[in-house]
Structures are given as C-alpha cells and as structure tokens.
Design a protein around this ligand. Structure first.
Ligand code: MN
Length: 131
C-alpha cells in the first residue's frame, strides 16, 4: 500500500535515510524541518501518517503532537514519534502528547519499513471500527 507520509525532522541525514527507505516502498514523503511548518503541511496535505522527531527547534515534538491532535481533521491520524533509545522517558511523554506510537532512534533500516506498515495497517483496521 502506498501512503502519504509527513516527516517532521530537523536533521537532514535522518530525513534522507527515512526518505530512501519509504520511497523504495512506494510511499510519498513530505519533509518539514520544524514543528510549525510541519503543522502547516499537515493541514494542507491529505496524509496517511505523520513521523515526528522529538528533538526539534522552536517547538519540540510533544508540542507538535498536541497541536496536531487539537485539529479536528488530524484527530485520528497516526503520529509516530521517533524517540532516542537513550531517553526512555521520551516514549511516555510522546504517548501522553497524543502520539499513537514510537520508533526508537537510531532506526533500523532493515525493519523500519515494516514498522511503518504495521502502524498504517493498525490505523486502517481502527478506521473500520471508529464511529
Ligand atoms: Mn531533531
């Protein structure tokens, strides 16, 4: 399944790694380098999933997740946080801020595409039962 994915990430190297992996799976990837432009992009594009870095300039990922969740159109979109392996507290905070899941950084290029597909599939399944 081909999905439209927004990746909010300030680190160019991280972005390109994810971009090449997801592109190879046939996904479309939109890049925002900070939270504010990420929120703008999320409101404009019809997205299937948001990938969210937590360490971002201006607004951190928690603030971005809360802002996305406060938009009626984005209320149920999957938001997957990319959290540092070294910072386990990030995960709880990410979920509390409205993220639907998280993937640890550094990402594993071998399993990353499958992790994304699992999040997309979970959402599709969820949509069937949502009111
Ligand atoms: Mn970052």
């Amino acid at each position: 399944m081909s999905a439209k994915i927004l990746y909010i990430e300030d680190n160019e190297q991280n972005y390109y790694l994810v971009y090449f992996i997801l592109k190879a799976q046939g996904h479309e990837v939109i890049w925002a380098r900070d939270g504010r432009s990420g929120i703008e992009a999320a409101l404009k594009a019809k997205l299937d999933l948001v990938l969210l870095d937590i360490q971002l300039p201006i607004m951190d990922g928690y603030a971005v997740a809360s802002a996305l969740r406060s938009q009626p159109d984005l209320h149920s979109i999957p938001i997957v946080a990319l959290t540092s392996y070294a910072m386990p507290g990030d995960r709880d905070r990410a979920l509390a801020a409205g993220c639907s899941g998280y993937i640890e950084k550094p990402i594993d290029p071998v399993t990353f595409a499958k992790q994304i597909d699992d999040h997309l599939a979970a959402t599709l399944t969820g949509k069937g039962t949502a009111p």
